[in-house]
Design a protein around this ligand. Structure first.
Ligand code: ZN
Ligand code: ZN
Length: 484
């Protein structure tokens, strides 16, 4: 598990343990990092706080490419953009790896109330929604409080009708309102098909009162039947709820044009800073940081996840610049992985885990930035017991940035999840997501929502974490010991 432990470090750790064993050092845990490595971490922290690079990268991707739905022409443009961007920055290695998936194309959607009065609603089809028959479907509306309520309903009360699920998402710094609220989006269409619904319409999974609807993926398997499904904006959902509590029957029309297409092959785009250990060696260890390159087909995918692309790329670039200036490589290699097709089913992350699963031990630790650009306030670590002093020492260097605490557990972000199941060590730098779900998966996720100052703090935290992880005197654990 501990695959990289230079002699000098082991000797130093042994020396530190002697006074501790004698009871001579009782005031604190031994600092696991060399003083020189801590100095570099602190320099990186200050340099990041003074750098606009992450914002510039985010602006460039969202402006020159725009939104980047997996399988679209802009998906290919984004891959080309990422390769050029990494190469222009002078990373030691830049390459791509394939990820193949079925993809979905949105044409149009229209959701309207047709009785008791005619009203057009702000709506967006959910990812992989089938099309409605020509002219759309029109039917009486039946409303449910949440997915559980809908699942408990008798098919008789649903058959042939348009189902409306009204549960609301709670705003929270840690984004914890998303899990419960997203159930209706994930499963509503499948349950609708089982019960014979004509279509499913949900209140947007989002926290804004703006009139933007939030799209997102549905969860289904290859054999699942789906019915056309769309989300309406929160104010439109309020309006529909008020009508539904009145005396008159409410009828709606849903028209969706969309298609599910045969397979497309996109690319994960990877850049590497070679570490001091022979990077050609199969045993050369790697610290991996990532983000996803794709987005939904609305807005410009600025918070989700161009911001993450900017944050992790800028952090790695700062480390590389520092290494070049001082002629000193990080001990371990550092990879920046920009994943393909996260939004429509973690296809890039799954392809990466398939391609690299048998070398999980090479990956010391991984962390993804995929929660917008809000300030980082805490961290989580899914690592072996013996790595916790190292994690705590990293958190101490992040504390001046406002990273207040570290907890055991958690993951590394969505795209590393398939590899987590193989025992990848994981750290998450937890961002303030209070506003993230105001814009998430909407036309309103645009560059102006990215706070450049908060972004600098993110880069500083990623640079410090990534550098110190690459210099850690111990590994972080991997394999069965980290499985639940
Ligand atoms: Zn994302
Ligand atoms: Zn997303």
């Amino acid at each position: 598990m501990i695959r990289f432990s230079p002699l000098a470090r082991s000797a130093r750790a042994a020396l530190l343990s002697i006074p501790a064993a004698l009871g001579l050092v009782s005031f604190a845990l031994a600092q696991p990092f060399d003083a020189a490595d801590l100095d570099v971490a602190r320099e990186l922290r200050e340099q990041a706080l003074a750098s606009d690079l992450a914002y510039e990268i985010t602006a460039d991707l969202t402006t020159r490419v725009g939104n980047r739905l997996a399988g679209s022409e802009n998906d290919a443009r984004a891959v080309e953009w990422a390769v050029e961007m990494f190469e222009s920055m002078g990373f030691d290695r830049v390459w791509t790896e394939p990820a193949t998936f079925p993809y979905w194309t949105r044409e149009t959607e229209r959701v309207s109330i047709v009785a008791p009065t005619e009203q057009e609603l702000v709506a967006i089809a959910l990812g992989f929604s089938p099309a409605t028959p020509d002219g759309g479907v029109e039917a009486e509306v039946v409303m449910f409080d949440d997915l559980d309520d809908f699942e408990a309903a008798s098919p008789d009360s649903v058959e042939g009708r348009i189902v409306f699920i009204r549960s609301r998402m709670e705003r929270a710094r840690d984004g914890s309102g998303y899990g419960p609220a997203v159930q209706k989006r994930a499963r509503g269409s499948v349950v609708g098909a089982e019960k014979g619904a004509a279509a499913v319409v949900i209140r947007s999974v989002g926290t804004s009162t703006d009139r933007f609807a939030h799209t997102g993926m549905m969860r289904f398997t290859a054999g699942s039947r789906l019915v056309p499904a769309a989300a309406i904006s929160n104010p439109d959902a309020d309006q529909l709820e008020r009508l539904m509590t009145g005396d008159a029957a409410v009828r709606m029309r849903v028209e969706i044009e969309a298609s599910v297409n045969e397979t497309y092959t996109s690319r994960n785009v990877i850049a590497q800073i070679d570490g001091a250990a022979d990077p050609e060696s199969i045993d050369a260890p790697i610290v991996a940081i990532g983000a996803h390159l794709d987005s939904w087909d609305v807005g410009t995918g600025a918070l989700d996840d161009a911001a993450g692309v900017g944050i992790v790329t800028a952090a790695a670039r700062l480390i590389m610049e520092h290494a070049d200036e001082h002629g000193a490589r990080p001990d371990r290699s550092i990879q920046v992985i920009l994943f393909a097709a996260e939004e429509i089913g973690l296809w890039g992350g799954r392809a990466w885990a398939d391609a690299h699963g048998d070398e999980v031990e090479r990956y010391l630790v991984a962390s993804e930035s995929d929660f917008g650009a809000g300030r980082i306030y805490a961290m989580t670590a899914r690592v072996a017991d013996e790595a916790m002093p190292v994690i705590e020492a990293i958190q101490a260097e992040l504390a001046p940035l406002g990273v207040e605490s570290v907890e055991r557990g958690g993951g590394a972000g969505p795209d590393f999840t398939p590899m987590l199941a193989r025992g990848l060590a994981a750290v998450r730098l937890r961002q303030d997501g209070s506003k993230y779900f105001d814009y998430h998966h909407t036309e309103n996720d645009t560059l102006d929502k990215v706070d450049p100052e908060a972004m600098k703090q993110n880069v500083a935290a990623f640079a410090v974490f990534t550098w110190l992880a690459a210099q850690s005197p111990v590994g972080f654990g991997s394999g069965p010991e980290l499985l639940d």
